[in-house]
Design a binder for this molecule. Structure first.
Ligand SMILES: Cc1cc2nc3c(=O)[nH]c(=O)nc-3n(C[C@H](O)[C@H](O)[C@H](O)COP(=O)(O)OP(=O)(O)OC[C@H]3O[C@@H](n4cnc5c(N)ncnc54)[C@H](O)[C@@H]3O)c2cc1C
Length: 521
C-alpha cells in the first residue's frame, strides 16, 4: 500500500467513486472489502491509522459469543460462528484455533456449561473448531497449571478463534488496496457535500499530514466511524439525537506464567455478571474485560482505576499467584460503539451486540454496533443498500470466500506467522543489511527490517503506527515500547526524509500516548 500513490487519486476531483467509506476500523474495512468484491470503486478514509480506534483494542477473539448464547441471541451467534469459521479459512496466518477452559466448581455448573457448549458446537456445524468436553480435575490442572485448585471439580474445554486485530485490519486494507481500492490513513472527513435535493454526493476531506484539503464525489457515503458515528451524523443533520452509547472495556497484559500452558481461561460469571478471559497472546497473557459506560467518544480512552482493580481482583480469585499492579506490562482500553438504549439506565451488557445499518434522509448510510468477528457480514449488509440508493446494478457479494492479503497454506513459524506470505521478503530484507537484522528490543523477536517493511508496504508513517499496530509492542509491554521509540523514530526519519525536529516531535507524541498504557504504582 502506497499512501503517496493513493493520494494522487484525490487530485482528479471529477472522478465519482461508487462508495466512499469514512472510518478505517473493522466496520469500514469490512464495507471496503465487500464493495471491492462486487467490482465497485471504493475509497476509504481514516483520520488516524487503521484500527487506531476500538479495532486494535479488542479481546482478540474471533468468536460466536458464548455469552450471547446464554442471553438467547441465537441469530447473532449463528451469524458469528459462520463468520468465525470463514475468517479462519481466509486469514489462517492471522487467526488460530484457541482452546478455552472453564474451571468447574459445582456439578450444576458442569451440567450447565457442558450442555450450553454442546449447543455452541452444534450451531457452528461444519465450521466447528473442535468438540467441547468435560475434563477431570487432574487434566484441568495439567492444562492450566496456575489455576486455583481449592474446590475445583474439573473443567469444560471448548474452542473459539483468536486473532491479531490490528494486523487483520491491515490485511483487509491491503486486500482491498491490492484489488484496486483507494485506502488512506491520516485523512479526515471534515464535511459532507450535498446536492440541491439534500442528498449526500461527496465529502470534504483533509490530509492530516500535509494539511491539504480535497473534495471528492461519491454515489454512496458510509459512516463507519464506530463511537464517533454521532459526529458524522451531526454533520448530516445538526442537532439530531445521539445514536451511540460508548461502553469501555479494558485489558491488562502480564507474563504468560500467571496462567501457564497454552490454553485460555474463561471465567463465565464475574461479580458484575459478565465474563472475563485470560488468553495467551504473542507470548503474554491478556486479561479482560470490563463494561463501563463513558460519556465521551475518545480515540485514546484511558482505563479507570476501578476497572484495573476489578480485573486484578477477579483474576486473583481464579489464579494461584494473584497478579498485582506491578506485574502489569501494559493496560489498554477500548470503546464499544453500542446503540444508545431507548430507556434511560438500561445496562450495557443487555444492549444487543448485533449491528445496525441506518439510511438517513440524505442517503448517508451509517453502520454501527456489531463486533470484529462479523466485520465482513456487516460490510455485506451495508453494501446491499447501494442498489436502493443509486438504482444501479449491484453484483452479488463475493467477500465470503475472499482470501486476505498474506494468505498462505505454509504458515511461517514464530512471530513471522502474522506476515503470512510476506514473511520471506522481510526475512530477505533482514539478511541484506546487518542493521536490519538487529532486534528492535531484546525481549521481543521483531527485527528492524520489519520497520522498513511497515513504512514501505504497510503505510506506517508514525512511531506509534509501528510500535502499536504493525508490531504490537505497545500493548504487550509499554515500557519496552517507550525504550524502543528513539530507534524507530530515527529509522522512520531516514526512510521518510524527515529532520531532527520531526524526530523530537514524534518522540514527544509517542511518549504522551504510551504513558497511558503504563500502570501507575
Ligand atoms: C474491550 C473490547 C473488547 C472487544 N473484544 C472483541 C472480541 O474479542 N471479538 C470481537 O469480535 N469483537 C470484540 N469487540 C468489538 C469490536 O472490537 C468492535 O465492534 C469493532 O472494533 C468496532 O469497529 P469500528 O470500525 O466500528 O470502530 P473503530 O475501530 O473505532 O473505527 C472507527 C474509525 O473511524 C475513524 N474516524 C472517526 N471519525 C473520522 C472522520 N471524521 N474521518 C475519518 N475517519 C474517522 C476513527 O479514527 C476510527 O479508526 C470488542 C470491543 C471492545 C471495546
Amino acid at each position: 500500500m502506497n499512501r503517496e500513490e493513493n493520494l494522487k487519486q484525490l487530485v482528479d476531483s471529477s472522478k465519482t467513486w461508487d462508495i466512499a467509506v469514512i472510518g478505517g476500523g473493522s466496520s469500514g474495512l469490512g464495507v471496503a472489502l465487500d464493495a471491492i468484491s462486487r467490482g465497485l470503486s471504493v475509497i476509504l478514509l481514516e483520520k488516524a491509522d487503521f484500527a487506531k480506534g476500538t479495532s486494535s483494542r479488542s479481546t482478540k477473539l474471533v468468536h460466536g459469543g458464548v455469552r450471547y448464547l446464554a442471553q438467547g441471541d441465537v441469530g447473532l451467534v449463528f451469524e458469528a460462528l459462520k463468520e468465525r469459521g470463514k475468517l479462519l479459512q481466509n486469514a489462517p496466518h492471522l487467526t488460530q484455533n484457541q482452546p478455552f477452559i472453564i474451571p468447574i466448581f459445582s456439578w450444576f455448573d458442569r451440567v450447565q456449561y457442558s450442555v450450553g457448549l454442546k449447543i455452541y458446537d452444534w450451531m457452528a456445524g461444519k465450521l466447528r473448531l473442535g468438540k467441547s468436553r468435560f475434563i477431570s480435575k487432574e487434566e484441568t490442572i495439567k492444562r492450566l497449571p496456575a489455576v486455583k485448585q481449592k474446590g475445583l471439580k474439573g473443567g469444560v474445554v471448548y474452542h473459539d478463534g483468536q486473532f491479531d486485530d490490528a494486523r487483520l485490519a491491515l490485511a483487509i486494507a491491503q486486500t482491498a488496496d491490492d484489488a484496486g481500492a483507494c485506502i488512506l490513513n491520516y485523512t479526515a472527513v471534515k464535511g459532507l457535500v450535498k446536492n440541491e435535493n439534500g442528498k449526500v454526493t461527496g465529502l470534504k476531506i483533509r490530509d492530516e499530514l500535509d494539511r491539504k484539503n480535497y473534495t471528492l464525489k461519491a454515489k454512496m457515503v458510509v459512516n463507519a466511524t464506530g463511537v464517533f458515528a454521532d459526529k458524522i451524523l451531526q454533520m448530516d443533520k445538526p442537532g439530531c439525537d445521539k445514536m451511540i452509547q460508548p461502553s469501555q472495556g479494558i485489558h491488562l497484559v502480564m507474563d504468560l506464567d500467571f496462567l501457564g500452558g497454552k490454553d485460555a481461561l474463561m471465567i463465565p460469571k464475574t461479580k458484575d455478571g459478565r465474563v472475563l478471559f485470560a488468553v495467551p497472546w504473542h507470548n503474554k497473557l491478556v486479561v479482560g474485560t470490563t463494561d463501563t459506560l463513558r460519556k465521551k467518544a475518545k480515540l485514546e480512552p484511558e482505563a479507570l482505576e476501578k476497572e484495573i482493580d476489578f480485573v486484578l481482583e477477579t483474576a486473583a480469585g481464579y489464579l494461584t499467584k494473584a497478579p498485582t499492579r506491578a506485574d502489569v506490562k501494559a493496560v489498554f482500553a477500548g470503546l464499544r460503539p453500542l446503540a444508545r438504549p431507548k430507556e434511560e439506565g438500561a445496562k450495557t451488557k443487555e444492549i444487543s451486540r448485533s449491528h445496525k445499518v441506518i439510511v438517513s434522509e440524505s442517503n448517508l448510510v451509517t453502520l454501527t454496533g456489531g463486533k470484529w468477528t462479523t466485520f465482513r457480514k456487516m460490510g455485506e449488509d451495508t453494501v446491499n443498500y447501494f442498489q436502493q440508493i443509486t438504482e444501479a446494478y449491484l453484483a452479488p457479494s463475493a467477500s465470503l470466500d475472499m482470501k486476505l492479503h498474506g494468505h498462505t497454506t505454509k504458515i511461517p513459524t514464530g512471530h513471522w506467522a502474522g506476515y503470512g506470505s510476506d514473511a520471506k521478503a522481510i526475512q530477505d530484507l533482514a539478511k541484506s543489511q546487518a542493521e536490519l537484522a538487529e532486534k528492535i528490543h531484546p525481549d521481543f523477536p521483531n527485527l528492524m527490517a520489519e520497520v522498513v517493511w511497515a513504512v514501505e508496504n504497510e503505510m506506517a508513517v508514525k512511531v506509534e503506527d509501528v510500535l502499536s499496530r504493525r508490531i504490537r509492542m505497545l500493548i504487550l509491554d509499554a515500557q519496552a515500547a517507550l525504550d524502543s521509540a528513539e530507534k524507530i523514530a530515527k529509522l522512520l526519519a531516514h526512510l521518510l526524509q524527515k529532520d531532527e525536529g520531526w524526530i523530537k516531535q514524534e518522540l514527544e507524541d509517542f511518549r504522551k500516548v504510551a504513558e497511558k498504557y503504563l500502570i501507575k504504582g
